[in-house]
Ligand binder design. Structure first.
Ligand SMILES: [Zn+2]
Length: 223
């Protein structure tokens, strides 16, 4: 069985997104219909490495099935006030053996916040490993599979890193692991409802690949 994982990325700056929407260049992750602009999602603040960033994601609506989709910048995870890169750094530190208190101090984040990230991610390690291992296979013509690390945390984070490397090679552009994780999870890396309970079926939702916007300034679809 071959599962396809495609990622859709477009420029996150308003002009590029509008141009793409106007040209019918964004398609529905559900039915592949054309997406049209549909107002804006609520503005929110996200904490990055260098302080807060204001984000006001564009909302879109499918002309085919009528479902609305928020175009979420890849730096953002649903329900999280910190950027994917900051949260990813905490997960990497955990793999290296750090506990949540130490990670919180090193990242300058509240202890309970970091504990929440680790708890959430820690409850889906095997599912994450599976999703990104499948992705490595689908991205590479000669994929380098992540070696077992002897730990479930290391295997899960290692699979994300391996997928980012596979995407970097495939698209000949730097694909940051935590941006990729945000894209592949639809922003739900630490949110309920992801990974989908794919089990033996191929229910894993495909994400479209269109890396012309570049990864650092890309947007993704969240339901
Ligand atoms: Zn649709």
């Amino acid at each position: 069985m071959v599962r396809r994982h495609q990622m859709l990325t477009v420029g996150v700056d308003g002009v590029a997104v509008e141009r793409r929407l106007a040209a019918g260049g964004l398609s529905c992750p559900g039915c592949a219909g054309v997406l049209a602009g549909w107002g804006y999602a609520r503005e929110r603040g996200v904490r990055g490495w260098e302080g807060a960033v204001r984000v006001c994601p564009r909302r879109s609506r499918c002309r085919g099935c009528g479902v609305t989709h928020v175009l979420l910048p890849v730096v953002v995870l649903l329900r999280r006030a910190d950027t994917a890169g900051v949260i990813g750094a905490a997960l990497v530190a955990k793999v290296a053996g750090a506990g949540y208190r130490r990670i919180a101090v090193e990242l300058g984040r509240p202890v309970e916040t970091v504990r929440g990230w680790l708890r959430r991610f820690g409850a889906r390690l095997e599912a994450v490993r599976r999703v990104f291992t499948v992705l490595v296979r689908s991205l590479g013509t000669d994929p380098v599979m992540p070696p077992p690390t002897g730990g479930r945390w290391g295997d899960a984070v290692g699979a994300i890193t391996a997928a980012a490397w596979a995407a970097t090679v495939r698209f000949v552009m730097v694909v940051p692991p935590w941006a990729l994780a945000a894209v592949v999870s639809g922003g739900r890396l630490l949110a309920p409802g992801w990974p989908p309970d794919a089990g033996n079926s191929g229910q894993q939702r495909a994400t479209r690949v269109a890396p012309d916007g570049g990864w650092s300034r890309a947007v993704i679809f969240g339901a």
